[in-house]
Ligand binder design. Structure first.
Ligand code: GDP
Ligand code: MG
Length: 311
């Protein structure tokens, strides 16, 4: 891959992007790729939205509906589907694929599937370079994970806005939220509102749960709504809620802060993965303030650690 610039990726369509992502997910010791990723890090243009909630709640169907909505408005969309279970079963992802029916000829929508590698930080390590590149290319980047618990903490760290999906007639997500296992979302939606009375009940349960757990030290109020992806009802309202949250993040200057923290978290977990606590201790102080170019910084860290450990 010779001197692939961000402009070349933006202009090259899905084939060039897929090629760059494949390299970024394998390794990025090549100077070209490091430069590309750092350039992408500095040129984020997407609103990154995470969707969370138990399997079957309707996330993929909803995402499909939103893709249609944004494409109709001329916005480009990238999707990162993270599947913790696919390593073993190989099954869940296939289900997602069949429901995410995007037009392969449409250069404005792109789906990347990633299998997470086990428990500890696996999602973050894999997802960060992919996320950085995709958010420099698309107007909207969606991250969907399957499952609850650890993967949800990861998604919160990666997204600007987090949407929790709750299924009518199931108190699972509410229990998670009440017990503090799960991060508080920015927007909570009751899916499958076409089912009827149960959706109303779920909605009031959600409002109740969110009134006892709220974003501390923040004046943002979690938005709660119900929708039906199948009937295409409530999607405009969700998009409006997402825009409202994004505007709030911008007005509070929180977007750059969140992205800086993501970069630091990734650097930490990547250094720990490659060099352990002993290696991390050598470079830890360099992560305390502002950082630039996380991918070249990783190279610099790796070199510093190797030199120190040899001497
Ligand atoms: N009635 C109804 N069913 C839905 C709706 N959205 C999704 N479903 C169904 O719920 C099941 C799981 O949906 P899916 O999007 O794969 O859920 P995910 O596992 O959270 O991604 C599928 O059978 C969908 O057809 C909806 O708005 N109304
Ligand atoms: Mg799904």
């Amino acid at each position: 891959m010779d001197h692939l610039t961000l402009e070349a990726v933006r202009d090259g369509g899905k084939r060039v992007l897929a090629q760059a992502l494949a390299e970024a997910e394998r390794a990025f010791s090549q100077a070209d790729l490091v430069a590309l990723l750092d350039q992408a890090y500095d040129n984020c243009k997407a609103h990154v939205i995470g969707f969370t909630g138990p399997p079957g709640v309707g996330k993929s169907t909803l995402i499909n509906g939103l893709i249609k909505h944004w494409r109709a408005k001329g916005k480009t969309v990238g999707v990162i589907a993270v599947d913790p279970s696919s390593q073993k079963s190989g099954g869940a992802l296939l289900g997602d694929r069949t429901r995410m029916m995007t037009d392969p000829e449409d250069q404005g929508v792109f789906v990347r599937s990633l299998a997470s590698r086990g428990q500890l930080g696996g999602v973050s390590e894999l997802t960060f370079p992919t996320l950085v590149l995709m958010r420099a290319v698309f107007d909207v980047v969606i991250v969907e994970t399957v499952g609850v618990g650890q993967s949800e903490a990861d998604i919160t760290a990666h997204a600007d806005s987090v949407v929790l999906c709750v299924q009518p007639g199931s108190g699972d997500s509410l229990q998670f939220m009440k017990s503090g296992i799960m991060e508080i979302p920015d927007i909570a939606v009751v899916t499958k509102a076409d089912i009827g009375g149960q959706a109303e009940r779920a909605l009031s349960d959600l409002v109740g749960a969110l009134s006892i757990t709220s974003h501390e030290d923040s004046d943002y109020r979690v938005q709660v709504l119900k929708l039906s992806a199948v009937k295409e009802e409530g999607l405009d309202e969700l998009v409006a809620a997402l825009n409202k949250h994004h505007d709030w993040l911008e007005s509070e200057d929180l977007l750059s802060e969140q992205r800086l923290n993501q970069a630091k978290m990734w650097l930490k977990s990547f250094v720990l993965r490659d060099f352990g606590q002993k290696g991390f201790a050598l470079v830890k102080d360099q992560l305390s303030g502002a950082i630039t170019g996380p991918f070249s910084l990783y190279q610099s860290f790796a070199n510093q650690i190797k030199v120190s450990l040899i001497n």
